[in-house]
Design a protein around this ligand. Structure first.
Ligand SMILES: [Zn+2]
Length: 586
């Protein structure tokens, strides 16, 4: 393995055709023929995405002459044997608005290294240098560059950054645009956020709120900060949403209305969602970017990397992303409990929770969670939402068994203190819990992590003086066993839930519901119309299936009550109230 520098140069070459041009120069290639590859997936998003399909042309040069380069498989190339410096020149199509790939238009350029930078085989430890050129095309506004890569030099045409090695290089997304940027410092560590896209954000408010969240997380992990600076890259659009964690930055996409404006004194549900996203991705800097499954210490960027532990890294992060908003006093207790209740409802909605365990959900993320089809609610469970609920139940169980001396927070801190270099084996979390509590958790993990038992949520909430009730909700079709797309005139069925009257009647996904009992039913009123029929009543649903009319008789049965409500128990005794306070305050 060589340690010579790998030099990259990336240019937004044709903004309207969405083409980046990349030059890669390697001084001492393998003389037998140099192999290059591109990752097939991006860290933090467990799906094979085959980024190499967006490379639209590739050439190799050496000693001022073009040399042969041919493909070995979908994401590997080899050059002809060559002893001298090699330069690859290739073009990448970039028009994916998500946080996971690359995008180029006259408004902005964004890329993850995993979409644009080829890796020379045998140079895994070599330092990298990237010249990021500004576009020569006319673009909107004055573009600047934002990334957590280490800045080496700023020139008129572009900026030069460095990375320790290839895996480091691809863990720093880059944004170029005429963005808003603001900064703050915490424990001598510079933080910044950029916001690209039309927006009228109350920056002072956002900065103040972010400081609270970041301060919470830093304190949560005992003041240890795993980066020397941090950057939130935000894109504001009409209605998109998404986030991806990196070791010293995160990419966020939110709807414009999720950003706070000066005329909104209260915290809106939309702004709460954005803050929870920031909280989630920032938490990951500790919890998966530093502490991670042992198997993630050696990654295969060409294929799937399996782990049973996503419920720990995504589920626990999801538990704390919202809980921290409460503990940082951004949310009231009522607001927080309402959010938590929504997570419970999401989990209760799917019967897949009786088929797939959380460990299996984590392991099969690549083909199941990330490739959900219409049957997903009946077949799988989310390691995010159910993982968050198991984190809560485990937190309460630890408190119960130790007479409120210990908490899940301490489990994370113990893991933080002891597993940074080795990572976590599948049973590490259980061992740490058992060590902390001096109690056997085999049955607990067998039931709730490896098994599919419903979580004892009511009992867990009762322990801290919170009532957890389940009810039916008006205007919600899931109690009849189906979900719809209501954007057209007539409802189109998108999901049929297991063991419900919809499934029993023979309604299928794709059916268009036109009328019920002879009366036309537009999509928007379907929920109300269905609510008008009582338990046991027979109705006739007229549908179009494959454009042909058909009548489906259905006998109304209301499914299980899944809508959770969490309320403070006003009759809780003093001890319970003390526990409640401990949990809420952290
Ligand atoms: Zn996450």
């Amino acid at each position: 393995m060589s340690n010579s520098l790998i030099q990259y140069q990336i240019t937004p070459k044709n903004t309207n055709a969405h083409i980046f041009e990349v030059h890669l120069t390697l001084d001492n290639p393998n003389p037998m023929g140099q192999i290059f590859s591109l990752p097939n997936w991006i860290l933090g998003s467990y799906l094979i995405r085959d980024f190499s399909k967006h490379i639209v042309s590739i050439k190799a040069h050496s000693n001022k002459q073009e040399i042969n380069i041919k493909k070995l498989d979908k994401n590997h190339w080899i050059t002809q044997p060559c002893k001298q410096k090699i330069t690859l020149i290739y073009e990448v199509y970039a028009f994916d608005l998500s946080v996971r790939c690359a995008y180029l238009s006259n408004q902005r350029a964004f890329f993850n290294g995993s979409s644009v930078f080829l890796q020379p085989l045998g140079f895994e430890d070599s330092p990298c240098e990237v010249l990021i050129n500004y576009p020569r095309d006319a673009v909107i506004g004055q573009w600047r560059c934002a990334t957590s890569l280490t800045l080496k030099d700023k020139q008129k045409e572009g900026e030069i950054y460095t990375a320790n090695n290839y895996l480091d290089l691809i863990d720093h997304p880059v944004e170029m645009a005429d963005f808003t940027r603001f900064e703050f410092s915490l424990a001598n560590t510079p933080h910044a956020m950029t916001i690209t896209g039309e927006h009228s954000t109350d920056i002072d408010r956002l900065r103040t709120d972010l400081i609270r969240i970041c301060t919470h997380h830093i304190n949560f992990f005992g003041g240890h900060i795993p980066f020397d600076d941090y950057l939130f890259l935000t894109l504001a659009t009409g209605k998109d949403y998404g986030g991806l964690e990196h070791k010293k930055s995160s990419s966020l996409i939110c709807a414009r209305k999720e950003l706070p404006t000066q005329d909104q004194p209260d915290i809106t549900p939309e702004y709460t969602r954005f803050l929870a996203l920031c909280s989630h991705e920032y938490f990951h800097a500790w919890w998966i970017k530093t502490i991670k499954p042992a198997s993630f210490h050696k990654l295969n960027m060409s294929g799937e990397n399996y782990t049973e532990q996503l419920w720990i890294f995504e589920g626990w992060t999801s538990y704390y992303d919202e809980l921290s908003l409460l503990r940082a006093e951004l949310l009231s207790v009522e607001q927080y409990l309402s959010l938590f209740a929504q997570t419970i409802t999401k989990v209760q909605q799917g019967h897949g929770r009786y088929k797939q365990s959380l460990a299996a959900s984590s392991f099969d993320a690549w083909t199941k969670f990330y490739q959900q089809d219409e049957n997903a609610p009946n077949a799988i469970v989310s390691y995010y939402t159910k993982g968050a609920l198991l984190a809560f139940v485990l937190d309460i169980e630890i408190r119960k068994r130790t007479n409120d001396k210990h908490t899940l927070d301490e489990v994370l801190r113990l893991i933080w203190d002891n597993y940074q270099t080795t990572g976590l084996e599948d049973d590490t979390a259980q061992r740490v819990v058992e060590h902390l509590t001096q109690s056997d958790f085999n049955a607990f993990f067998a039931q709730y992590l490896y098994g599919v038992d419903d979580l004892p949520l009511k009992q867990a909430f009762e322990y801290i003086g919170i009532n957890c009730e389940f009810n039916h909700k008006q205007n919600d079709l899931s109690k009849f066993g189906f979900a719809i797309n209501n954007t057209q005139k007539y409802a189109v069925i998108t999901h049929i839930f297991d063991n419900t009257c919809a499934q029993l009647s023979g309604l299928y996904v794709g059916d268009k519901i036109v009328n019920i009992n002879g009366n036309e039913v537009p999509a928007k009123t379907l929920g109300k119309v269905m609510d008008g029929y009582g338990e046991g009543e027979g109705i006739k649903i007229n549908i179009l299936r494959d454009e042909l009319p058909s009548e489906i008789p259905l006998t109304i049965t209301h499914g299980e009550k899944i809508h959770a409500t969490l309320t403070l128990n006003s009759k809780a005794n003093k001890t319970t109230l003390k526990r409640q306070k401990q949990w809420l305050k952290g």
